[in-house]
Design a protein. Structure first.
Length: 178
C-alpha cells in the first residue's frame, strides 16, 4: 500500500478519476460576456440567449443533470438566479446556444426576473463588474424531487445536497449604461 501511494504521489499513477468539466464556445472563464447573452428589459438591451454549454466527466451513478446560472454580485443580499434547469436527461451533455425553452425532457424553473427559462445578464448600470456562475450538476436521480413552485434558493440547496459532482464556469459582464 505504501508503494502505491508513493507511486501516485510521484505522478506515475492517478489517485482519483478526472474531474467533471464544463466548457463553452460562447463564454470563457473570467471573460466578459457578449450582448447576445444580455437580458432584454430591466434597462438592458440584448439578445437574451442562453450560451452554448458542454460537459464531461460525470461520475458513475449519474442519472440526470441540472444547469444553473447565478450572479453572486447582484445587489439583493442573496444573489440573482438567471437560470435553473433540472431533470436534464443523462444522455444530454451539450446545450446549444439559445437552448432555453427547447431542452427535451428537462424542466426550466422560474428565474429571478419572474419568467421561466434563461434570463440574460443585466447588472444595474454603474454597479461594476458582476460574475455569472454557470454550473452543471451531476445528480443520482432521474428526477430531482422538488415541491411545485419551489423557490430558487430551495432548488440551489437541493442541488448542493444531492450532487454527485459539479463543474463551474464563471464569466463576467459590466453594464456601462446608456
Amino acid at each position: 500500500m505504501k508503494k502505491m501511494t508513493l507511486i501516485a504521489l510521484l505522478g506515475l499513477l492517478p489517485l482519483t478519476a478526472s474531474a467533471m468539466t464544463l466548457t463553452s464556445r460562447d463564454i470563457q472563464e473570467g471573460s466578459p460576456m457578449a450582448d447576445t447573452f444580455v437580458y432584454q428589459g430591466f434597462g438592458c438591451s440584448g439578445g437574451n440567449l442562453s450560451p452554448q454549454l458542454s460537459w464531461q466527466g460525470a461520475p458513475a451513478g449519474t442519472k440526470s443533470y441540472a444547469v444553473t446560472a447565478f450572479d453572486p454580485d447582484a445587489p439583493t443580499g442573496s444573489g440573482w438566479w438567471h437560470w435553473q434547469v433540472v431533470n436534464i436527461p443523462v444522455k444530454t451533455t451539450t446545450l446549444k446556444r439559445g437552448a432555453s425553452g427547447h431542452i427535451k425532457g428537462a424542466d426550466e424553473l422560474t428565474n429571478d426576473y419572474g419568467g421561466q427559462g434563461f434570463g440574460g445578464v443585466c447588472p444595474p448600470a454603474g454597479d461594476g463588474m458582476h460574475r455569472y456562475q454557470f454550473t452543471v450538476w451531476a445528480l443520482p436521480d432521474a428526477k430531482l424531487a422538488l415541491p411545485d413552485n419551489a423557490s430558487a434558493a430551495l432548488v440551489g440547496y437541493m442541488l448542493r445536497a444531492k450532487s454527485l459532482a459539479h463543474a463551474k464556469l464563471t464569466a463576467t459582464y459590466t453594464n456601462k449604461g446608456q
